[in-house]
Design a protein around this ligand. Sequence first.
Ligand code: KIV
Ligand code: ZN
Length: 503
Amino acid sequence: MSEKIFVFDTTLRDGEQVPGSQLNTTEKIEVAMMLEAMGVDVIEAGFPISSPGDFSSVQAISKAVSRPTICALTRAIKKDIDVAADALSYAKRGRIHTGIGVSTYHIYDKLKSNPEEIIVRAAEAVSYARKYVEDVEFYAEDAGRADNEYLARVVEAVIRAGATVVNIPDTTGYCLPEEYGRKIKYLMEHVSNIDRAILSTHCHNDLGMATANTIEGVINGARQVEVTINGIGERAGNTSLEEVVMTLRCHKGLGLDTAIDSKLITKASHLVSSLMNMPVQPNKAIVGRNAFAHSSGIHQDGVLKNRENYEIIDPREVGVDESVIALTARSGRAALNHRLELLGYRMEQAELDIIYEKFLKLADSKKDVRDDDLLWLVGDLEAMKNTSLKLKYLQIVTGTLVPTATVTMQFGDHERLVSATGNGPVDAAVNAIKSMINEKVLVNEFLIQAMTKGSDDVGRVHIQVRLKDVVAHGFAAHTDVVRAAIEAFVDALRKLGVTEKEG
Ligand code: KIV
Ligand code: ZN
């Protein structure tokens, strides 16, 4: 049985301090409800004295969310604490998070004070907050750079004053993992009343060590982690919730776990990213677009044989349907076949060989080949099987001249070439083909869509062709949209069963 690590999420306070990422109250409630659904223990909802918007958000979240503790930040100032208590008045379980700087930079340069006075102010703030709520968390700002002996005195004083949780922030993201772990261990061993409170980690990511520091913190005795979704936060951000949760899940030997429902991680990540206009870097651990995407042929083959060959997390555990076998020019037949099977196609070896050749050509002209592209390749193969009517060559001259198309069609066992003009390249090629067939057909509808994005994308064409009362739908896709349009037209003609004109 693992020991519980409490998750304190500060996406809506420290995370929301990112310029340009501010949320309105409705959006904050949406995020708070997601955090509640995930099983977060404490939601830091804002800093009520900082603005009327923050005040009303803390109030609204306190009403909307019932299971997690709702926490409000203050400085070690009575007015801040009064306002925070007021904002929390609707919370089922409210926590005031008060604190003051404890490094020499903060004590002398920022607060123009001295170490003894800081201890008094810290303890006073905690006991003042205790008048309003039973749950008071104290933060020792810039503890990462503070002297451990002095820090231990501060921690002991605030616990004596009634703090239930003591937060040891590495405010500037300065610490090395071993150094931060040693700090927590020191406090666990030198604060005489440490059994009356729990220590909390709060690590910033300025040197990319936030998660490592947090993990060292819990290994050495901290029992709460302060985190944000996607690791958002000022500068390089805070420790990311998903990384800590999944590190503890992967390393069961640590005997530590959170109550987070990891299956909601991806959903929460998307929600926060879109509401806060903060794209997630593609290679971000756990929630990046590529976190479970395998592109090298060797890895793809390994994953298909046994997922655990190259994955330490089953993507479904974090709410991702499956690992993505990203089809690129380096993918092998096994990866292609796997993807085709997922799309419902079972290929004979010879068919797979043909598709694979075509796939490699497409993969050379596109960065990654998607499902829609594969459907096109398979459709093309189906078309190739029916050799009665086929587009063989297409040459277009366009620009400032009258658009002219030269088309070679295959009718059964022979080919025929015709040139024609039109009001555009597609019209010219359609006219050329029409002149080769017996039936009078009419193009009813013509739709071109980009399948994904980017100028190297495949364009998908849907064309509707009428022959008397019969309507046929033709589909095709290609990186060359004119070619796709003509292939789609020919596809519809095939379905209508048109025949070659004599002569
Ligand atoms: O980083 C920090 O020190 C903080 C405190 C206000 C908790 O965010
Ligand atoms: Zn912080």
